[in-house]
Design a protein around this ligand. Structure first.
Ligand code: ZN
Length: 313
């Protein structure tokens, strides 16, 4: 769908609300009180009523829009801007496109969508053959952290390295499909998780959470990966000093890290560490659905509707 079509489709609040309701109906509403799934629709109030316990659920509650005062059409148009175009928009640009006065609600809307994207991807564990590596991103420290740390050189005071565990499915490309100057492996699904430390304990924890025990992994020789042979079906270690050779062995882990840096650090300057995971969620969500084309728009609405009973407020 083109941008103009999206803007036309959701030009009025009524249209946007109707489409959002259709998605929610398809997904099914779950009662917060009794977990009942059968509801009446109260047309006059625009609310669902649980058939069992009469508890009322508004159209927004339990979705990514819960507790947001922004109109439905802003959400739908933003989902469009986020998913239906190749161009990347910053919160400021989206604010301008929507013509909204305040920046904060738009910024917060984008983060809620990123949380929904992360939840959607967290439903699945990676399996098969995986390249596992870690990336280092430059983040921004909070004012409190800067004040507390008296020993960091002045120019580095506001900066903070954010460590990210990267796992990506990868399979060899058949000889007949090989393209010159392109990786000799093809990528499947990707996960990127912010970790406090690249330590054995944290890596083990994240691997157990996000990777199936039947998976096979390849990593470099760092100590933090030593337990993987016990957690996963197979673990190969590659010790190689030559950077070019390493990028042949781990092409996708490296491509993912460098693209995430280019994409996000280019438009979102100085990301605070606590928000880095949200940006990575969006990067992974899109990477994992890179072949979805126009369907990405619908998928993102589904992810927003079904995220159910948010903690993020
Ligand atoms: Zn109920």
């Amino acid at each position: 769908m083109k941008l103009q079509e999206i803007f036309k489709k959701y030009s009025t609040e009524k249209k946007a609300k109707k489409v959002f309701k259709e998605f929610r109906d398809k997904q099914g509403v779950v009662c917060k009180k009794c977990k009942g799934k059968e509801h009446y629709w109260k047309e006059d109030k625009w609310q669902y009523e649980c058939k069992r316990c009469k508890f009322r659920t508004t159209l927004r509650s339990g979705t990514v829009m819960e507790s947001s005062k922004l109109p439905y059409r802003y959400w739908m148009m933003t989902i469009g801007l986020r998913s239906a175009t190749k161009k990347r928009f910053s919160a400021l640009e989206i604010q301008r496109q929507l013509g909204h006065k305040r920046y904060e609600p738009v910024w917060s809307m984008l983060h809620k969508l990123r949380v929904a994207m992360g939840r959607r991807d967290d439903k699945y564990k990676l399996d098969g053959f995986l390249e596992i590596d870690e990336g280092y991103f430059e983040g921004q420290r909070s004012k409190e952290e800067v004040a507390e740390d008296k020993y960091v050189a002045h120019e580095n005071k506001g900066k903070r390295q954010v460590k990210v565990l990267v796992a990506v499915q990868s399979a060899p490309v058949e000889k007949k499909h090989k393209i010159k100057n392109r990786p000799n492996r093809k990528a499947g699904f990707l996960k990127m998780k912010v970790v406090e430390q690249v330590s054995k304990a944290e890596i083990n924890y994240e691997v157990k959470r996000h990777i199936a025990p039947t998976a096979k992994a390849i990593t470099d020789g760092k100590r933090c990966y030593r337990d993987l042979k016990e957690i996963l079906a197979d673990h190969q270690v590659v010790i190689c000093e030559d950077k070019k050779e390493v990028s042949k062995i781990f092409p996708w882990a490296h491509i993912a890290i460098s693209n995430a840096k280019k994409m996000y650090l280019g438009i979102h300057h100085s990301i605070k560490k606590c928000f880095m995971q949200n940006y990575l969620n969006e990067f992974c969500y899109k990477f994992n659905r890179r072949n979805f084309g126009e369907a990405l728009f619908d998928r993102l609405i589904v992810a927003s509707v079904e995220a159910a009973w948010y903690e993020f407020r």
